[in-house]
Design a protein around this ligand. Sequence first.
Ligand SMILES: [Zn+2]
Length: 238
Amino acid sequence: MSHQLFYLSELSKIDLELDELEEDFGDLPEQVRKLEDLVADKKAIVEDTTRILKELREFKTNSKITLADYKEREAELTKKQFKVKNNKEFDAITKEIDYIRKEYNKLTDELRNVNVKEENLIKLLDEQKLSVKEAESELQEKQMELDIISSDQNEVLKDLRLQREQLISKIDPSLFEKYKRVRHFHKDAVVKIKKNSCSGCYSAVPPQKIVEMRGDLDLIYTCENCGRIMYPEELTED
Ligand SMILES: [Zn+2]
């Protein structure tokens, strides 16, 4: 006999114990998870701002080079203007100088705006970094609380989880799936038949069914009323 029903009933007991232990944590694990998400979100915002600031500074550096180029070009053109041979050439150079000055002024204006933007971004980045630190220290606090409770329960939990894994490895996968489905509705998924009734919902189990179950403990019966998996009272490992 494969004792599947026995393993299932043991698994159900362990899962109930684990539920109880995990209840002691209250919503701490959830709080820690949420804070972890929050820290990650805030860090992403800092990264974003840092990237924008970097791009802005690159633009500034490039613009300064461009402005120097404009100045140089303007000086060259002015020199050239003294050596022209006719009005047509003179006018052409004047036009070019005008264009360069216009571009120069345009870029200078833009740089002024960029400088204001940069100042604002630096302030914003400081605030965002502070916000990350605050969230991180809050997370650290909650994590410590959780660790303290966990370490108290750690040994028990470890032992129960190990037992659980061992049991699951012995249970037929399709049966385990069935167990999980039942457990979705009833925490106590596997129950004993007591006084010819399902001890989960107290509805009567037909005597014929109980006889069949006793005859073959490999048969898996579920309660017709509540769907819990049932086992006869005398079920033991051997
Ligand atoms: Zn039932």
